[in-house]
Design a protein around this ligand. Sequence first.
Ligand code: ZN
Length: 294
Amino acid sequence: MLMPMKDILIHAQKNDYAVVAANCNNEDTVRACIEAAVENRSPIILNIGYGANCMQYDHKLGKLVGDNFDDVPELMVFFGRMCEYLADKADVPVAINLDHGAEFAHAIWAIRSGYTSIMIDRSMLPFEENVAQVKELVKIAHAVNVSVEAELGHVGWGSRYETDRDAHLTDPDEAAEFVRLTGCDALAVAIGTAHGEYNQTPYIDFERLEKIRAAVDVPLVLHGGSGTGKENLYKAARSGICKVNIGTDLYKAGAKAWNDEKCEFAGNGYILAKRGYKNCLISYMEILGSCGRY
Ligand SMILES: [Zn+2]
């Protein structure tokens, strides 16, 4: 069943586990998420970036580009309806979340597309500006029962881990003030994880997480779950983190399954990729403790 993300995260918070927010970019990945959730009696969050529906191969540049946003709203509504349809048929909780909403219009399009949550990422703006923009969207989203995730501190990139790691860690007191001022439903925190692939082993500041948890009421979110390590994630999920974003590892597992496994009909590669993605997702659900909850 389709639910506001807030309801899913509150259940996780009360019961000391975390839910995977799995990056999805096509029907196969959405179906993999929902099948994994239903088969394992786990909640799931479909995590969809604004540009996820518009990745195109640019022949002139010879690479994939994701910033051709002209057709996004139409594609987003289409994709959102598909997610809604599949989520409604599932008998476990499913939320559809806009990942890293960067502009006001992106958030509004997500709400129009049936998303039950929007993440508003203004983490690189000064504190007051971050508060003002999140607060405005909280008012709009809450009016139609859509949840809001915000970010304080800033989670950078694993490829620049040495410089990004300590640059914008979340301050516990500021976090408490931020949540009070904005009324957001969930808060993404910077405690040592990074997006993409790490160029070294990540080290997580669990002491900081403990302080943030003590200061903040709302469920906490960890971005950059891929490559963070089983032990770190296991511990984080029992220390106040209620949502863990996973993208890179799922996509890599899908690509590996397609490449490694033999199939007689080439078109079945998609099925193998979906299975690889799904199996990887289930292993993360097990680490985070979300299986058997519904
Ligand atoms: Zn992120």
